[in-house]
Design a protein around this ligand. Structure first.
Ligand code: CA
Length: 243
């Protein structure tokens, strides 16, 4: 059974989430603080399939919890609950390693759809190791000795496999589909992240810095994910192409 860990300090909301997710045949578990969530996942726990993580928590914030888990190499799918009208929270959430977000208050049907989509994305990757069917869609991109597997949310290079968050994979997909073209920060925010409010577009730069650590040999002098001054970014599949 698919198990969802709910991290939410407002009890009526936690109860409502639990009730509705169980009605959808998910197994649920509720903790009220970030600290309790980290304790629960101290050792990456394959029995937790997804985490619904509130941002505003007493003690550690949802951002800190997500960042800590990713730092520990735990790539459990995270759906973050942010406050409506806080575009900065969305940006911070993705930077911390969230896979998707939903502003509060939200429609339950939307939450359930998002959870389903996130679980499906992650299931493709895992299913390859367990049961042979159904085959995941072929959804890969190779460049300069690296391979991005969009279905499995993985980057393979130098004999290593690095997990990607859904948003890292989505941004990479957006960039590689526009290989050689300049993509503005605003386009990334709107088209990839679904943020349509005015927010400081430079906020995504930290996210890009982290992505460079995955794909570049030297993140400080990128050859593939290039900054285009005062506009945004450009992805170049082969290095050494003039800027
Ligand atoms: Ca809260």
């Amino acid at each position: 059974m698919t198990r969802i860990l709910i991290v939410e300090d407002e009890q009526h909301l936690a109860d409502g989430l639990r009730f509705n997710l169980e009605a959808e045949c998910y197994d649920t578990e509720v903790v009220e603080t970030g600290e309790a969530a980290l304790d629960r996942l101290q050792v990456p726990d394959p029995s937790v399939d997804l985490m619904v993580l509130d941002v505003m928590l007493p003690g550690l914030s949802g951002f800190q919890v997500a960042a800590k888990l990713r730092e520990q190499g735990d790539y459990v799918p995270i759906l973050m609950l942010t406050a409506r009208g806080r575009a900065d929270d969305v940006v911070k959430g993705f930077e911390a390693g969230a896979d998707d977000y939903l502003p509060k208050p939200f429609e339950l049907a939307v939450l359930i759809a998002r959870i389903g989509a996130l679980l499906r994305r992650h299931a493709w990757g895992r299913r390859q190791q367990s049961t042979p069917t159904p085959a995941p869609p072929v959804d890969r991109y190779e460049f300069a000795g690296r391979e991005i597997d969009f279905a499995a949310l993985e980057l393979r290079r130098d004999g290593r496999t690095l997990p990607l968050t859904l948003m890292e994979a989505n941004l990479l997909r957006y960039l590689v589909q526009r290989e050689g073209q300049v993509v503005s920060r605003k386009d990334i925010l709107e088209q990839v992240w679904g943020v349509h409010e005015d927010t400081d577009t430079r906020a995504i730069d930290n996210f890009v810095v982290r992505l460079r650590r995955h794909i570049e040999d030297d993140a400080a002098s990128p050859k593939h994910l290039l900054t285009v001054r005062s506009v945004g970014y450009r992805f170049v599949a082969e290095g050494n192409v003039g800027r």
